[in-house]
Unconditional design. Structure first.
Length: 243
């Protein structure tokens, strides 16, 4: 009898864990895509009802998001989508630049003709998405291009590290996409990086990729272009890069 009770508990726990993972993934995407705006309140009850679960997996998902710096759980107040910490952006961009320049130098050495063709296809998808003003599709293709560089360079773990570092940067970057001409400019920058990879020119590839990433730093100089309520100026007391 005790064994049956134990296995029932495990099955329930497994379902709860699966639900928490699903809710975490969905909410993470909503936050990173800005469908949940920085500073907006999160309703545990509403999320639980929408997914047909108890509040337990919802709380588990929110705790994971809090660990990632994407939500703030405030005692006696509620849970909110975290505002974007300004101090974390510059540091995360710098770390991403170093990692991806390493990856692109390796890609120059190892790229096959078929891999270059695959990356050309990704750039073409970016172009189509930019022309259609489809920011979600553009973002997915953009991510695919940078991941392809790491895979081509035989260092896929570099992309895993970059993804951890750039959570807050992803939200800021989504704010920059609607800027006039920003997506088409990014397409041209990606094409130029790929030209250097195909030409086996490691230094030019690294330089062009670095300049592409540095463009986000330039946007940091004028946060007035964006909703100021989306940011928190913690530069006097930075917490460091959230992973």
């Amino acid at each position: 009898m005790l064994a049956n009770v134990g296995s029932l508990t495990e099955r329930r726990s497994g379902r709860s864990g699966t639900a928490a993972a699903t809710i975490h993934a969905l909410m993470r995407e909503e936050i990173l895509s800005l469908r949940r705006a920085p500073g907006s309140q999160i309703s545990e009850k509403g999320i639980a009802a929408a997914h047909g679960v108890s509040r337990t997996p919802v709380r588990e998902a929110l705790l994971r998001l809090a660990d990632e710096g994407l939500v703030d759980i405030v005692s006696k107040s509620g849970t909110y989508v975290s505002r974007i910490p300004i101090s974390a952006l510059g540091e995360a961009i710098a770390i991403r630049k170093v990692l991806e320049q390493f990856a692109v130098r390796a890609a120059v050495v190892h790229a096959t003709r078929s891999q270059v063709m695959e990356m050309r296809a990704i750039v073409a998808r970016m172009q189509e998405a930019a022309e259609a003003d489809d920011q979600d599709q553009f973002h997915r293709a953009d991510e695919g291009f940078h991941e392809a560089i790491a895979i081509t360079g035989r260092h896929p773990g570099v992309w895993a590290l970059v993804r951890q570092v750039k959570l807050q940067v992803d939200r800021f970057r989504r704010l920059t996409l609607p800027l006039q001409g920003r997506m088409l400019l990014a397409v041209a920058e990606h094409a130029a990086i790929l030209d250097a990879i195909e030409a086996r020119d490691a230094e030019t590839a690294a330089e062009r990729l670095g300049a592409h990433i540095d463009r986000l730093t330039l946007n940091l100089g004028d946060l007035n272009l964006f909703n100021p309520d989306f940011f928190i100026d913690d530069r006097a007391h930075p917490k460091g890069v959230r992973t």
